[in-house]
Design a protein around this ligand. Structure first.
Ligand code: AP5
Length: 185
């Protein structure tokens, strides 16, 4: 069973690589950003609250995201493996995730530390043009990543295998690097 956590800056390619892994390994893809955007489209209370944070490039409060993740990861399809794309993003989320996984008796196979230069990231995001892909919000998302999410990698030091992947080249080239590592786990 393959249980993967992606940790990487906005626009580095977490979603792109998760989609390729999903196709090859048939494991559940849990993207908290996508789940929050779905809530916004559906006009839920969670979506209304989340939007005010997402528009500014700030993190949605831990309690809301943790409850959402918990409801998703306890679903049956995750029994065959899962990858987390965009969670955990704070120390609090990482600690809560550990206790959720313990209670389900799930182990983390690997944490993928995916990285690229800020120049590459900004270029990719401005080309994509999602609602939160404007220069000001991107800059704040990058700042929030450095201060709140990158330290989560330290939490996994010694707790899980950490795979470092440089996200340069085509998506297929990046994926080949990831696949090689996953197949040797
Ligand atoms: P989220 O949706 O997770 O956004 P993000 O982390 O900012 O990541 P992106 O989706 O922008 O980038 P990605 O790394 O997935 O890259 P992608 O593959 O799409 O979160 C959005 C917001 O939701 C947060 O700011 C926060 O407010 C909230 N949120 C979500 N989770 C939360 C949590 N746990 N706690 C609190 N708040 C939370 O690629 C980007 C672009 O680059 C695409 O156009 C793609 O086609 C292109 N691309 C990718 N790889 C390559 C390549 N190799 N070559 C060329 N182009 C490429």
């Amino acid at each position: 069973m393959l249980n993967i956590i992606f940790i990487g800056a906005p626009g580095v390619g977490k979603g792109t690589q998760s989609a390729l892994i999903e196709k090859d390994y048939s494991i559940a893809h849990i993207a908290t950003g996508d789940m929050l955007r779905e809530n916004i489209s559906n006009g839920t209370e969670l979506g209304k609250t989340a939007k005010s944070y997402m528009d500014k490039g700030e993190l949605v409060p831990d309690s809301l995201v943790i409850d959402m993740l918990k409801a998703r990861i306890t679903k049956d399809d995750c029994k065959n493996g899962f990858m987390l794309d965009g969670f955990p993003r704070t120390m609090e989320q990482a600690k809560e995730l550990s206790s959720i996984l313990d209670s389900l008796n799930y182990k983390i196979s690997a944490v993928i530390d995916i990285f690229a230069s800020e120049e590459i990231i900004i270029d990719r995001l401005l080309k994509r043009g999602r609602a939160d892909d404007n220069e000001e919000t991107i800059k704040n998302r990058l700042k929030v990543f450095e201060s709140q999410s990158k330290p989560v990698l330290d939490y996994y030091n010694g707790k899980a295998k950490i795979i470092k992947i440089e996200s340069v080249g085509t998506p297929e080239e990046v994926y080949a690097r990831i696949k090689k590592e996953l197949d040797s786990l």
